[in-house]
Design a binder for this molecule. Structure first.
Ligand code: HEM
Length: 121
C-alpha cells in the first residue's frame, strides 16, 4: 500500500504511545542528553510527544503544544544531542519490531524538525 502513512505503518496511536514511553526511558537513562530534561514534567512531556508524533506521522491532529522552535528555544540543544535523540527513537522502534524502511521514514519526519530545534551547531 503505497500511500499508507507512517502513522498506519507503526500500527496507530497505541503503538506510538508505547514507543514514546520506551523512548523517554532511553533518553532519561542516557547522561549525554538526560540533563536537558532535568526541569521537565515528564508526564506532560510524554503526552505532548505522543500527540505531536501522532500528528507528524500523519495521524489525527490532537497536538495543542508549542511549535518546535518555541518548544525548544533557549535549551541550547546541540546537533549531536539531536542525533542521539533520533537514534534513541530509531532503536526504540527497532526493539518493537518495526521494519527498517519504516524506521527510516519516521527518522525523516524527526529530521524535518532539526533546523527549528538545534541551537548549537
Ligand atoms: C526529534 C525531534 C524532536 C521532537 C519531535 C520533539 C518534540 C517535542 C515536543 C512536542 C515538546 C513539547 C512542547 C510543549 O510543551 O508545548 C518538546 C519539548 C521539549 N523537548 Fe523536544 N523534541 C525533539 C527533539 C529534542 C531534543 C534533541 C532535545 C534535547 C536533547 C529535546 C528536549 C526537549 C525538552 C527539554 C522539552 C521540554 C521543555 C520544557 O520543559 O518545557 N527535544 N519536544
Amino acid at each position: 500500500m503505497q500511500n499508507k502513512s507512517v502513522f498506519d505503518k507503526l500500527g496507530g496511536q497505541a503503538n506510538i504511545d508505547a514507543a514514546v514511553v520506551k523512548f523517554y526511558e532511553k533518553v532519561l537513562s542516557d547522561p549525554s542528553v538526560s540533563h536537558y530534561f532535568k526541569n521537565t514534567d515528564m508526564k506532560k512531556q510524554t503526552e505532548m510527544q505522543q500527540k505531536f508524533l501522532g500528528m507528524a506521522f500523519g495521524g489525527p491532529n490532537h497536538y495543542t503544544g508549542k511549535d518546535m522552535k518555541a518548544g525548544h528555544a533557549g535549551l541550547g540543544i546541540t546537533s549531536a544531542a539531536f542525533d542521539t535523540i533520533v537514534n534513541h527513537l530509531g532503536n526504540t522502534l527497532k526493539e518493537m519490531g518495526v521494519p527498517a524502511e519504516v524506521i527510516a521514514e519516521a527518522a525523516a519526519v524527526a529530521e524535518s524538525t532539526r533546523a527549528d530545534i538545534v541551537e548549537v551547531k
